[in-house]
Ligand binder design. Structure first.
Ligand SMILES: [Zn+2]
Length: 202
């Protein structure tokens, strides 16, 4: 009973402070039906596209059913958004809206691209990458070390997506000076979010 009361107080508290948006904004089940009917089918051919629960029209393209179960991806998105809002807020919910349109393609192998930037903004040629933000709502993410979302670049790519939603570009040179948006605070936020994913063992 006490738990229920506390829960009600918690949500009532959220309603009364519209300036604060956190990951709870995703926890409605309006698209319940599609969340239940969209799932990975191991007997079918791959890749398969699966709806990510709780995130509007967000989807993931998976190379197999282990990479990754949709609820793990959904939890990772929630952890990202929680940390993003805690660090940077989300005025007009632009980041939330971007997440609700995102398509995440998981890859089993890393890729080589012609040009990229290191975290400190140095240009690299023919570089092996573990993730790419391809458009404002489409990211490719290598499955990660030890097959864990926490050891993938998902959170990093989501920062590009959030910056793009906010500023019109994703700041491809990270902490470098060519483009602006990405700060040390973004890098710190990624580390914190990944630490939480590790505590969920995902
Ligand atoms: Zn990047």
């Amino acid at each position: 009973m006490l738990k229920k009361v506390l829960l009600v107080l918690f949500f009532a508290g959220c309603v009364s402070c519209p300036g604060h948006h956190n990951s709870a904004v995703f926890l409605d089940n309006k698209k319940n039906k599609i969340y239940k009917t969209s799932f990975c089918e191991p007997e079918n051919s791959f890749p398969q596209m699966i709806v990510v629960p709780f995130f509007g029209r967000a989807t993931q393209i998976v190379p197999n059913c282990q990479t990754y179960p949709k609820h793990k991806t959904s939890l990772a998105l929630m952890v990202f958004y929680h940390h993003w809002v805690k660090s940077f807020g989300d005025e007009n919910l632009v980041v939330k809206k971007a997440l609700e349109k995102i398509m995440i393609e998981w890859g089993v192998n890393k890729k080589v691209v012609k040009k990229g930037y290191s975290l400190d903004g140095k240009e690299r040629r023919d570089v092996t990458v573990v993730g790419m933000t391809k458009t404002k709502s489409y990211i490719w993410v290598w499955q990660g070390y030890n097959h864990k979302i926490s050891e993938s670049s998902l959170i990093h790519e989501l920062v590009h997506v959030a910056l793009r939603a906010k500023n019109g570009h994703g700041d491809s040179d990270h902490e470098g000076d060519i483009y602006h948006g990405w700060t040390k605070q973004h890098t710190t936020m990624i580390l914190e979010a990944k630490e939480v994913l590790r505590s969920f063992n995902i």
